[in-house]
Design a protein around this ligand. Sequence first.
Ligand SMILES: *Cc1c(COP(=O)(O)O)cnc(C)c1O
Length: 709
Amino acid sequence: MRDGSDDIAAAAEALAARLPAAIRPLAAIAMNYWWSWAPDGAEVFSEIDVDRWLRGGRNPVRLLQEVTTARLAALAGDQSFVERVRRLDEGLQREREAPPRAGLLPGSPTAFFCAEFGIHGSLPFYAGGLGVLAGDLLKQASDCRVPMVGVGLFYRQGSFHQRLDASGWQHEYWLDTDSERLPAAVVTDPAGSPLLVEVPLAGRTVRCQVWRVDAGRVPLYLLDSDVPENSRADRWITARLYVSDREMRLAQYVLLGIGGMRALRALGIDPGRLHLNEGHAVLAALELLRERVAAGEPFEDARVAVRRCVMFTTHTPVAAGNESFSLDQVRAALPGLPGSLALSWDELASLARVHPDDAGEGFGLTPLALRLSGAANGVSKLHGQVSRAMWRDIWPGRPVESVPIAAVPNGIHLPTWIAPEMRALLDRYVPGWTEACGDDTWAAVEEIPDEELWAVRRQLRARLAEKVRRRSLVERLGRGEPVAFAEAPGLLWDDNVLTIGFARRIATYKRLYLLTSNPARARKLLEGPPPLQIAIAGRAHPQDDAAKHTVQQIFALNDIPGIGGHGVFLEEHDMTLAAGLVQGCDLWINLPRPGQEASGTSGMKSAVNGGLHLSVLDGWWAEAFDGQNGWGVASDPNLPADEQDRVDAERVFDILEYEVIPLFYDRDEQGIPRAWLRRVKSSMRSIGPHFSACRMLEDYLRLSAALGR
Ligand SMILES: *Cc1c(COP(=O)(O)O)cnc(C)c1O
């Protein structure tokens, strides 16, 4: 078939050639990321050769290419291992072959466009929450048998890697993705050559090949301009995620939107819906328009038709996330664009402005997406409100509450983020927990005996503490820090100490610096008694010096005895590290400046693993916090920023000192913190089914169904 499934199958077959017959199905399993959320999937690969597994970044294709034939032969003779492979193989067949959900047509899937996809740590095509959410949604669509395809870019170098120097300053470097060893295949044409999609750019033609990555039933197509048919400069367009050069960035969005749409056509896929996840992909909607105008439809009719099949999700109120280009930049990149739409430049430009006649406004991707989509949404109730106020001028004369931007709160793909031990516990006590969709299915969490829940929490915390001890030693020595300092976490990190996490993209509005604003108090809390320990991680955008300084402020406290041992910064925040942190931490902190966090999702990941959330009441937490399921900081939006910072920081330290710490260390004679666990259960029960990708997908299906009417 032209859709690349044969190419994936061929890659699996090539990989299978070196596997003994009894475990040959492993090759096809390795070529589909379904294994990463299937029970026992990661465990099976890890068992093959745990060192190679970890060193190779948990990439099963690479593992199977490199593991010794002697080891493979031994595994083929191990009946219990062979049986586990057989069960995985059956599971994958079932996932692939189940009929689509009733009422949804497999022939007209939703095409989900996004500039980044976080499917797994071994596929470095994401920067943060936006990409991880996109990956979670594809996986959920697979689980729920909803016809969907993902469309994105194949970044030769992906996202950057992070190293800090001894002063805490972030340095970035990029590594080539070893595409030969990824669970991905280049889609070929009937003659067996790579299928090439042609995209007009700056008066020339850029060609892209298309990679296919499978996430269960859902294929993800990724465009790649690194082909010999292109000039050297054009081969670089898709090299790096969110490249800083503006011209190059626009070229990426041209390939994503226009190229992505053309790729679907070339693959024989006729999407029933386009879902633009963030404005980056908005040119896909223009390409749909162009197709209709080229077929002879008048522009206004074409626009009405396009709006009936395009949905748009805005993900941030922060200016840097709502990108805009100068008209000259757009003109240079797409000289023929208005002509192909039967519009003048003025008419086209006015579609990409909040105020159509304001020539001072740039070419805004968000206004354009809002004007070309029939349904739009923010990613939490509060963010829906914030977005309606932010973009209301696009609908002049409408009262703000009837601005057509709905709210679909984000949710997480539960099987991806829940630790195996917690999963086993939920399997036992909470039947149907994975399919729970905004109801009270998780009420059965209350039935889990405290002893069992606490045992799992202790296991997860101990695993994280071990990771912190190992990693911080290596990282600190690597930065040339004093040996005693490098060894301190190894001595001080304790499996039984209250463990706090803060890990996400480092952006200034996330206010990491609140944690370092009162060093004396921070030190007192860290040292105890009773003590606590905190792990911090995150990458700042390479251009964001202000954010990089907030990381340096943490390092500035390293010399204070007691802080640098209990508090660690871990480099290279990716999905693998994120999973370890959200699973192991007892308390998860988020401190956004109020109004600026659209949703946030890491707190949800922590909650379903039995962590408690302490956060400013912004984003998803503004609607999730009920007084019993964590802690909320009601930040006053009317204070000047520095005053707001001071008040919020003191409030966070107060909550830690007077509520969190006493509750965690309040134990009965068996050493179990009963009141803490009551709160954990109330958190799991209220958050699990409501902030799941399952509930989010159902919301999107409803939005999508309303579109066609
Ligand atoms: C979940 C996740 C995020 C999202 O973090 P928030 O600040 O809570 O939105 C960012 N990065 C990674 C790697 C994640 O897994």
